[in-house]
Design a protein around this ligand. Structure first.
Ligand code: 5AD
Ligand code: FES
Length: 347
């Protein structure tokens, strides 16, 4: 059998393991997680220093044509209080974010056909014109190659599209029949081909996920080589079919952050809001496990309580306007520093 400590060292040196070796680490994570976090932290430090990049998240629509079983803004949730930001409002968020020091804006929304290529291209162009030193990231789900091409042409730099699970059958358990794993992954390949810095990712502990799937996630990421990887624990939302399922664990998410850092040393890896929701110190622990990005919310406070993918989401109330200051303090306390450059991927 494997020597667990040797395996984690091997991962650091070789940046890849076999499926069985990854699986062994995942199954024996209790004995090795501190060492994994330490190694992941030092690898990250060696490449990026003790710097944490911030991305201003603008959640511009919670309308969605899809019906993913886990997601609180699924089309079938008639309790969701829907909103759309106007182009002027989106641009306003980027302006106030710029004043706060943000140099990346992430435009995220449900798959909302209202936002045509024309409308979105204009928003992207306007933001890039007003803030030429900023990166624009889109996170708006599956679109056609032609649509991605137009958005790239408009100036979008990056695109986040989590694949949600590496396992085709598992994908079928999380999504209705009109969605397919193959299409999802094709979108990721299209985005890469078009020159977007691309982010993939998955939920940890979604219903039906196995440890074998997690080992496959690491191999899949190694093969895909995304510039960014977003992972966070699955958290049930009461008005979805998975409302009574158990949440994913912070501890497993943290361990996987470390394995991802060791597998893709220069990847941009956020400590997500979901991680901060499941554990009040989750984002700090994420950074100490190898994450190097935070994505505070820049949406108007009035809509923050409406973009609810899962229950108990943090930073949606009165405190929300203060997130930047709050995060600066939290990050400093653990020996890191929030920086305001664009924070592009280092090749
Ligand atoms: N719990 C955790 N993460 C979720 N997401 C959607 N619903 C949930 C949930 N209930 C994640 C998905 C999606 C990203 C925007 O949010 O991974 O890609
Ligand atoms: Fe939002 Fe602390 S990060 S209140």
């Amino acid at each position: 059998m494997y020597n667990t400590a040797e395996l984690i060292d091997k991962l650091k040196t070789e940046t890849i393991l076999s499926r069985d070796e990854y699986l062994h680490l995942i199954k024996n994570r209790e004995v090795i997680r501190e060492r994994a976090a330490e190694l992941a932290g030092s690898v990250c430090d060696g490449i990026y220093g003790k710097k944490i990049y911030i991305r201003g998240l603008i959640e511009f629509t919670n309308y969605c044509r899809n019906n993913c079983y886990y997601c609180g803004i699924r089309a079938g949730n008639d309790k969701a209080d829907r909103y759309r930001l106007t182009p002027e409002e989106i641009i306003g968020c980027s302006d106030s974010g710029y004043e706060l020091g943000f140099r990346t804006f992430v435009l995220q929304g449900g798959e909302d056909p209202y936002y045509s290529d024309e409308i979105l291209s204009k928003v992207v162009r306007d933001i890039k014109e007003r803030h030429p030193d900023c990166a624009v990231t889109l996170s708006i789900g599956e679109r056609s190659y032609e649509s991605y091409r137009r958005l790239k042409e408009a100036g979008a730099d990056r695109y986040l599209l989590r694949h949600e699970t590496v396992n085709r059958e598992h994908y079928g358990l999380l999504h209705p029949d009109n969605m397919s794993w193959d299409n999802r992954v094709q979108c990721l390949r299209d985005l890469k081909e078009l020159g977007f810095q691309t982010g993939a990712g998955f939920m940890v502990g979604s219903p039906g996920q196995t440890e074998e799937d997690l080992a496959d996630e690491l191999l899949f990421l190694k093969e895909l080589r995304p510039e960014m990887v977003g992972i966070g624990p699955f958290i049930p939302h009461q008005d979805t079919p998975f409302g009574k399922e158990t949440a994913g664990s912070a501890e497993l998410t943290l361990f996987l952050l470390s394995l991802i850092r060791l597998t893709l040393p220069d990847v941009l890896l956020p400590a997500t809001t979901a991680l901060g929701t499941i554990d009040p110190m989750g984002r700090e622990k994420g950074i100490l496990s190898g994450a190097n990005v935070l994505m505070p919310n820049l949406s108007p406070v009035s809509v923050r309580g409406k973009y609810l993918l899962y229950d108990n989401k943090i930073c949606t109330g009165e405190e929300a306007a203060q997130c930047i200051e709050c995060l600066k303090g939290r990050v400093r306390k653990i020996g890191y520093e929030i920086v305001t450059d664009r924070g592009d991927h280092k090749d």
